[in-house]
Design a protein around this ligand. Structure first.
Ligand code: IVH
Length: 687
């Protein structure tokens, strides 16, 4: 063999090995080590080479199969018909080429297409069968697995609220469906649920998931369906099969039938009369994708007439009657030109990578967060390194990995955390046991600026117009020394600032005035109490019902009693309680709150009424309960005034043990905490 050919072969084999390795990490172990975009790039490289050298394609090449092998521990179930994958188009030309082939094969040009969003989740097949009462009930939920055999995850999918558990015979009849059928679609984790879950994991010191897709995959492949339920997954359906075949003769009709039957269908689908309309759909969603509450990675285009599907057939593992148009990767490769430090409202120093500008998903990215020194060390990132940067949803771009084979080229420089705050020269300290470095100067101008920006931001007091430029001027001129000063600003003061006319000054004043009507939880959130985020502020407002009651609880003479009162609030533990107390004990903060009251902000809310039956009692749930999901049990206990905690301590009142209880039960015995069963819990709840 000539050596050039040998080179190609070696290169292909090495790519295959790499891909196999990452496939295993991703599909089998749910522990991906590289971004999806990077993985796609490897696969494309391989496919490209294989296309150029078809004689060198091996049957075991990762390009020759659909997905990963199902993992041990679940029962394997064959699919009624293969769950296929789709070919991808990465640009307009590839899309048009596909469409031309469709027209050629169909022998005419009058073809309609259904455009659907390509949800970035896991595909799933749900089977329904008639039960003894004449209804159709879900009998199986199967993952895609390797495309021909999947894993039975029925108990887990049943926890997804958008999956109907049963459907009345009359409903099926109305939609024209038989009682035995199969629905295929995508399980996704909404962004809100994803963020919440990662916050929770951070609190517990667990590793965070890289993206909603992996988090969703993890949640579906657990043996304890309580955990799936807590992850708040969603299911969007897009295929309807009867006896393993498409049932209706239009895809649009199938989507409509699924909707009428009670399945969740993503509402953003459109019938397109021609490729121009398809292209418009694709372009418009590329702009709007950040406004969805879940991630999409492209658009799936399907021939509407399903009778044509049979005629068009398949190429390898993918149908010719559909294609996935993939949006530009949300990650890119670039070089760190510098690492600079940014000071936040709590004084936290965040290292920010200044990058050689790189286009990612429609915008140019030139900065990305590195979070903290630990993260820089974990990544092994140095100034001058080549890195992968990812941008998802509306989050700040972040450096996700250092590219290995360009690791630390000559001339790269290590980053050192400064000993002095870059904004004020104040001392920088790192508190024992914390990852963050902080500027300890209480009067650091950066803290003031950032706390004002936080207060004015959309999710807090929503004061439009009070952005970077204005806040900088207000702080520099000493017009604003704390958030209450915002409410004392006058029109002449504002008009005296750069680029401020009569009209824009009035707009800002109107916005400030309007913010006074926002509810109590926003004001609490706006105070910037450490560890009190949007959710905690909401719980505090609901629990105390007014700023005064919150302050009273936080400033009781008896510290232990005060902390205990604060810990009665949902999701408030010792650390948050301590921080709230410290905040309100500080005279300057009390003065600030009084100033806000005088300015006319909302200090009263609505108390969420709770029972008192279990007041002051802490419960820990473990194992599987027969009659409640863990979420339900938690809700009932909390509604009765009790608290549910994740771990057993001496302060735990009861451990509620269901089937297959594990280490928490051992711990309860060790600490002599009372263990009760489901029946006793029901008795305590009094239902
Ligand atoms: S159709 C043969 N429709 O994308 C038909 N798939 O790359 C394949 N996906 O495995 C499925 N949204 O997990 C279809 N509206 C949609 C989709 C969708 C997301 C996923 C699905 C599939 C993968 C193919």
């Amino acid at each position: 063999m000539p050596s050039a050919a040998q080179d190609v072969q070696r290169k292909m084999e090495s790519l295959r090995e790499k891909i196999r390795h990452h496939e295993r990490l991703y599909y089998v172990l749910d522990r991906p080590a590289i971004s999806d975009a990077e993985f796609d790039r490897l696969m494309r490289q391989l496919k490209q080479l294989e296309a150029e050298h078809p004689d060198l394609v091996t049957p075991d090449s990762p390009s020759q199969r659909v997905g990963g092998k199902p993992r041990e521990g679940f029962v394997k179930v064959p699919h009624s018909s293969p769950m296929l994958s789709l070919d991808n188009a990465y640009n307009e030309q590839e899309l048009r080429d596909w469409e031309r082939r469709v027209r050629e094969l169909a022998g005419h040009s009058d073809i309609e297409y259904v455009c659907e969003l390509k949800l970035d989740g896991l595909s799933m097949a749900l089977r329904y069968a008639r039960d003894e009462h004449g209804k159709s009930k879900i009998v199986l939920g199967i993952t895609r697995g390797d495309g021909s055999v999947g894993e039975d995850v029925t108990p887990n999918v049943k926890t997804i609220r958008s999956v109907p558990l049963s459907i009345a015979a009359a409903t099926l009849k109305k939609a024209g469906l038989p009682q035995e059928f199969e629905v295929r679609g995508e399980v996704v984790m909404p962004l809100k649920a994803f963020e919440r879950m990662n916050e929770e994991r951070e609190r517990q010191g667990l590793a965070k998931f890289a993206n909603p897709r992996n988090a969703g995959a993890g949640a579906i492949r657990v043996l304890d369906s309580n955990i799936t339920a807590e992850r708040r997954l969603d299911f969007y359906s897009y295929f309807l099969l009867v006896e393993g075949r498409t049932f209706l003769d239009r895809q649009a009709a199938a989507l409509e039938a699924l909707s009428t039957t009670g399945f969740k269908v993503n509402p953003n689908w459109r019938l397109a009369k021609n490729i121009e309309e398809v292209w418009r759909f694709i372009s418009s969603w590329e702009q709007k994708r950040d406004s969805l509450g879940y991630e999409i990675d492209g658009v799936v285009i399907k021939v509407n007439d399903t009778r044509l599907w049979r005629e068009l057939g398949f190429t390898g593992k993918a149908p010719r009657w559909a294609i996935a148009y993939k949006y530009a990767a949300r990650s890119g490769l670039t070089q760190i030109e510098d690492i600079q430090v940014q000071v936040g409202r709590t004084g936290k120093l965040t290292p920010v990578a200044h990058l050689r500008p790189v286009p990612i998903g429609g915008t140019t990215v030139s900065r990305a967060t590195l979070h903290n020194l630990d993260e820089i060390e974990r990544l092994g990132a140095r100034i001058g390194d080549w890195v992968t940067v990812e941008r998802g949803g509306d989050v700040i771009p972040k450096v996700v990995s250092v590219v290995e084979d360009k690791d630390h080229p000559r001339g790269t420089k290590r980053f050192h955390m400064p000993e002095r705050c870059p904004e004020c020269g104040g001392h920088v300290v790192r508190v024992e046991g914390e990852a963050d470095h902080r500027c300890v100067n209480a009067n650091c101008p950066a803290k003031l600026r950032e706390s004002i920006l936080h207060f004015a931001s959309r999710s807090v007091m929503n004061i439009e117009g009070l952005g970077d430029a204005l806040v900088n001027q207000l702080c520099n001129r000493g017009l604003v020394k704390n958030v209450a000063d915002i409410y004392r600003l006058t029109k002449p003061q504002l008009m005296d600032l750069e680029r401020m006319g009569d009209k824009s000054a009035q707009n800002v004043l109107d916005e400030i005035e309007a913010s006074k009507a926002l509810p109590l939880e926003r004001v609490i959130y706006g105070l910037g109490i450490r560890f009190v985020g949007e959710r905690t502020a909401q719980f505090l407002a609901e629990h105390f019902g007014s700023m005064d009651d919150l302050i009273e609880a936080a400033t009781l003479k008896d510290e232990a009693a005060s902390i205990a009162k604060l810990e009665e609030v949902e999701e408030v533990g010792p650390r948050i309680a301590q921080s709230i107390r410290e905040f309100f004990e500080e005279p300057r903060n009390r003065k600030l709150v009084e100033d806000l009251r005088k300015a006319g902000l909302t200090f009263k809310g609505r108390k969420k009424e709770r029972g008192t039956k279990l007041a002051g009692q802490t419960f820990v749930l473990t194992g599987t309960l027969a009659n409640y999901s863990r979420e339900q049990a938690k809700k009932l206990i909390e509604e009765a005034g009790g608290r549910v905690s994740g771990s057993v301590s001496k302060k735990t009142g009861y451990v509620v043990a269901g089937a297959d209880s594990g280490s928490k039960l051992d711990k309860a015995r060790e600490l002599a905490v009372k263990v009760i069963g489901e029946k006793e819990l029901t008795d305590l709840l009094g239902n």
